[in-house]
Unconditional design. Structure first.
Ligand code: GLC
Length: 434
């Protein structure tokens, strides 16, 4: 069974992505020191000179790429994506084109550490790179820029030559795709080609997207590139929401990845405790897989680079669930079968996975599956679940399976699921069930 969207690239270098279903996003940079959202520079209208002071005090002694990679691996993630540079312009890699880097200021090339650590754990290597750059002197002001409210904001663009920034952008992407071995996934961020308050945003012509993408593919032939260059990419990347259905562009199914935070902020946000529960994250994960997408789940290491206690616990609990239930997610996809209310189906070949979002009383009625099932069990402990099929000639409406439409398979469930974490039921289907 293919879970792959028809309209998108499907070759050996994209299969790992569709198979993985779950990846880790890591937002880390100078904003982790401010600890109040990765957009702090523009939210607080900070000047470059003022913001640059974070580079002097940034001391990420606890950033440990190996530790992050191991946690991602344990949580069943197949890949992970690190911010090489966010909109504030500070680079976590060694660059010949600026001194605003962790190499110059901290003596560390975090991208090199990242790539090594991921490969050591057998994870695919993802890099995030911001198209915006509020630090670069030729990056023109627009409606997202920190200086947009200055009294002389409009005239500040006069001396700027955006083509120099474009060259810088291309040069740095070239460095990232040349100096660190195989890069599997590049997440560009982002385009906004519209006008707000008389400010023109930026899109494909500004970034030189066509040339940039061509360069990426020539340097790294297998690379997967997202859709934020304002030209079609290998996938679409809905952010902070769950699509209602498998995603399509122009009526054609496409590969997609939902990127999600744990508290609404990507970068470390110390005082923001608006956390999603682990249960919600797991439900988002299986919802994503049931619609043929991937989930890129974000953490924001703190100002010293440590994975926060909260994020660490979430990853541990996901790991615990994945230890027993990963086959319902990794390598799985949409079931293309009619699911009853309150459950989410995923499927891998002849195995149907039922995620029970709200535990029912006694029975779960599965439409159309009577006679099509070999065996049913809880995935977590392998224990059998008995099944029944209503026979209208022999049973009254008052029996436990009575009243169900013909073809319904009824599962006989215990009062409580065997584990408090999102329960998964594995159904072994007979051959040839589409
Ligand atoms: C956005 C934000 C950003 C975040 C990203 C993740 O476009 O600008 O802060 O890095 O999405 O998808």
């Amino acid at each position: 069974m293919s879970n792959l969207p028809a309209a998108t690239r499907d070759d050996t270098s994209t299969r790992w992505f569709d198979h993985s279903r779950l990846g880790l996003f890591v937002h880390f940079g100078l904003y982790s020191v401010a600890a109040r959202h990765e957009w702090v520079m523009t939210r607080e209208r900070r000047t470059v000179a003022d913001y640059e002071r974070y580079a002097e005090v940034f001391d990420p002694d606890l950033f440990d790429a190996r530790d992050i990679a191991r946690r991602a691996k344990r949580a069943g993630m197949g890949y992970a994506v690190l911010t090489t540079k966010h909109h504030d312009g500070f680079c976590l890699f060694d660059s010949a084109h600026t001194t605003y880097t962790s190499m110059v200021h901290q003596g560390r090339d975090f991208v090199a550490e990242w790539c090594r650590a991921l490969r050591a754990e057998g994870l695919k290597v993802g890099l995030y790179h911001s198209l915006l750059d509020w630090h670069h002197e030729d990056f023109t002001l627009d409606f997202h820029h920190p200086r947009r409210d200055d009294p002389d904001a409009r005239s500040q663009n006069e001396g700027k030559d955006f083509s120099r920034y474009r060259t810088y952008l291309h040069n740095q992407v070239r460095e990232l795709l040349t100096n660190y071995g195989t890069i599997d996934y590049l997440f560009f961020d982002f385009s906004y080609p519209w006008t707000v308050d008389g400010w023109t945003g930026k899109g494909k012509d500004d970034w030189g997207s066509i040339e940039l993408e061509a360069m990426c593919r020539s340097l790294q032939p297998g690379i997967i590139i997202n859709d934020r260059l304002d030209i079609p990419g290998d996938l679409v990347t809905p952010e902070q929401y769950q699509p209602c259905a498998p995603m399509e562009v122009g009526g054609v199914p496409v590969r997609w990845e939902a990127c999600q935070t744990l508290n609404g902020s990507w970068g470390y946000d110390r005082d923001n405790t608006d956390f999603k529960s682990v249960d919600l994250v797991l439900r988002m994960l299986v919802d994503t897989v049931s619609k043929g997408g991937n989930l890129l789940l974000n953490i924001g290491p703190d100002g010293r680079g440590a994975v926060t206690a909260h994020d660490g616990r979430v990853l541990d609990e996901i790991a615990e669930w994945m230890r027993l239930n990963s086959t319902s997610v990794i390598g799985a996809g949409p079931a293309n079968l009619r699911a009853p209310d309150g459950v989410v189906y995923t499927r891998a070949g002849n195995r149907l996975y039922i995620h029970v979002m709200a535990w029912p009383f006694g029975h779960l009625h599965l439409p159309d599956l009577a006679g099509k099932v070999r065996f049913v069990r809880f995935l977590a402990d392998g224990s059998e679940i008995r099944t029944e099929v209503h026979d209208p000639d022999k049973e009254a409406l008052t029996t436990e399976v009575g009243g169900q439409p013909a073809g319904t398979l009824t599962l006989v469930l215990p009062t409580r699921p065997p584990s408090p974490m999102l329960p998964v039921i594995e159904v072994l289907l007979e051959d040839g069930i589409d």
